[in-house]
Design a protein around this ligand. Structure first.
Ligand code: MG
Length: 415
C-alpha cells in the first residue's frame, strides 16, 4: 500500500428478525444504557470511520425503527437485506460499490448484535489490513469442550488451537465484493470463509471478551454491565433556568413543562416552547461533558428554534454524551412555582423525560416546590427549574484529555 490514508467503509448487518431474542422490539433496536443497540455500534465505528461511509443493512419491516434509532446521523440510506445473512452482506457491498462516494480500500463487516466492540479493536483490524487481505478478531477458546458421540455420551475435545470468531471482520473491499458476487451460490458461515475458499490468507487479531453477541434477552443486561464498567469517569452537571409566565399570546401557545402540555391560564414566554424543565435538564447534561450551555447549541436568535419542541434540545445533549461513549445514569429535577400544581402531572412528566432519554423512569426524579409566596416565583411571575444530572464516561487518561482540551479551545464560543 502507498502512504495514502486508506478509505474505510463499514457495513453493519442489522437485518435479523431476532427470533431467539424473543422480545417485541428486535434486539438491534433495544435500548442499551439509553441508546439503541444499533446506534451504539455506529457511535463506536464513527470514531474511526467517516459516518458517510457507514452503511446499515436492515430488515424492510424495520424502516421506522431504523429512522428513529439513527435520527440526526448523516448516514447513507439504509440497504434492504436479503433472505440469508450472505445475501444481506452481498446487497450491502453492492450498495457501497454503487455509491457516488470514493471506493473504499477496506470494508469492515460487523454484526449489529455486537455493540461491545471497542475503538482499539477497530483500529487493530484496520492496521492488520495494511498487511493482509482479511483480518478478523478472535479469542482462544477458554472452556473445555465436549463432543456428543453417536451413542449419546460425550467426550472431551481438545480446545488447543481453537478460536471463537467475532466481528467486525475487515477485508480489502474489491476482494470481498468480488468474492460475494462470484460465490453467491456457495453457502458459507461468514465472510472470512469466502476468502479462505478462494485461497486468501485470513489474519487473526486479538478479539475482546466484551465484544460478545447479544443473542438472548439475558445478554442485553450482561452487555449493559460490561459497557457501564468501562465508564469509570463519573460526572455531575447542574442546570438552572427561568421563564416568565404571561397570558397566552395566541391560541396555539400552550404551557409546556417537561414535555407535557399543562392546562393553565398562563404560558411560559420564550423563543422555543420555553419548556423550563427540559432546558434545565439539557444544561445539566451539557455540564457533564463541559460542552457549554443550551444557548450555545440552540441560539435564541436562530429562527429554526422558534416555538421548537425542547425535546429535541434534550435529545441532542444526550446524543453528545452517547457520541463520547458515555451514558446518562440519573437526572434529578426540581420545578419551583406556585402554580400550576405539578403533582397531578408528575407521572406523565417523568414518563416523557424517560422516553426522550431512552431511560427507565426509575432513573428520572422530579420534585416540585413553592417559595412560600416569596420572590418572582412566589408572585406567580415565572417558573424556575434546577437540575442535576449524573453521567458515566469512558475513563480517559489525563494526557489524552489535555490534547482534547487544546482542540476544543480553537472552537468559537457563543455562536
Ligand atoms: Mg430556557
Amino acid at each position: 500500500m502507498s502512504n495514502k490514508k486508506p478509505v474505510i467503509a463499514a457495513l453493519i448487518v442489522a437485518a435479523g428478525a431476532g427470533e431467539r431474542f424473543g422480545a417485541s422490539l428486535p434486539k438491534q433496536y433495544q435500548p442499551l444504557l439509553g441508546i439503541p443497540v444499533l446506534k451504539y455500534n455506529i457511535n463506536k465505528l464513527s470514531q474511526i470511520i467517516d459516518i458517510n461511509n457507514i452503511y446499515v443493512v436492515i430488515n424492510p419491516l424495520h424502516e421506522l425503527l431504523f429512522i428513529h434509532a439513527t435520527q440526526g446521523m448523516d448516514l447513507p440510506p439504509p440497504v434492504t437485506g436479503g433472505a440469508t445473512r450472505q445475501e444481506t452482506v452481498r446487497r450491502g457491498l453492492e450498495a457501497i460499490a454503487a455509491s457516488d462516494a470514493a471506493k473504499p480500500d477496506y470494508v469492515l463487516i460487523h454484526d449489529a448484535a455486537r455493540p461491545g466492540l471497542s475503538v482499539d479493536l477497530i483500529r487493530r483490524i484496520c492496521d492488520a489490513l495494511a498487511e493482509s487481505d482479511a483480518a478478523i478478531p478472535a479469542l482462544p477458546v477458554a472452556d473445555t469442550l465436549r463432543r456428543l458421540q453417536p451413542d449419546g455420551r460425550t467426550q472431551t475435545e481438545s480446545r488447543e488451537k481453537l478460536y471463537s470468531v467475532q466481528t467486525p471482520q475487515g477485508f480489502r473491499f474489491e476482494l470481498i465484493h468480488g468474492l460475494h458476487q462470484s460465490h453467491a451460490d456457495t453457502v458459507v458461515t461468514d465472510d472470512a470463509a469466502l476468502c479462505e475458499l478462494a485461497g486468501h490468507a485470513v489474519t487473526l487479531v486479538a478479539g475482546e471478551k466484551d465484544n460478545f453477541k447479544i443473542t438472548e434477552a439475558d445478554d442485553l443486561a450482561r452487555m449493559e454491565q460490561a459497557l457501564a464498567n468501562r465508564c469509570g469517569d463519573i460526572r455531575t452537571g447542574t442546570g438552572y433556568d427561568v421563564h416568565r409566565l404571561i397570558p397566552p399570546p395566541d391560541d396555539l401557545r400552550r404551557l409546556m413543562i417537561c414535555g407535557i402540555a399543562i392546562p393553565h391560564d398562563k404560558v411560559l414566554e420564550g423563543h422555543s416552547d420555553a419548556d423550563v424543565g427540559l432546558h434545565a435538564v439539557t444544561d445539566a447534561l451539557l455540564g457533564t461533558i463541559c460542552d457549554g450551555d443550551i444557548g450555545m447549541h440552540f441560539s435564541p436568535k436562530d429562527a429554526r428554534w422558534k416555538n421548537a419542541d425542547s425535546a429535541a434540545f434534550l435529545r441532542h445533549a444526550a446524543d453528545l454524551i452517547a457520541a463520547r461513549g458515555g451514558v446518562v445514569t440519573h437526572v434529578d429535577l426540581t420545578l419551583i412555582c406556585e402554580a400550576p400544581k405539578i403533582g397531578p402531572h408528575r407521572d406523565k412528566m417523568r414518563a416523557r423525560m424517560a422516553e426522550i432519554l431512552c431511560l427507565p423512569e426509575s432513573r428520572i426524579s422530579l420534585k416540585a416546590t413553592t417559595t412560600e409566596g416569596l420572590g418572582f416565583t412566589g408572585r406567580g411571575e415565572g417558573i424556575a427549574a434546577q437540575a442535576v444530572a449524573t453521567v458515566r464516561l469512558p475513563f480517559t487518561p489525563a494526557i489524552q484529555m489535555a490534547a482534547a482540551t487544546e482542540d476544543d479551545d480553537t472552537r468559537k464560543w457563543g455562536t
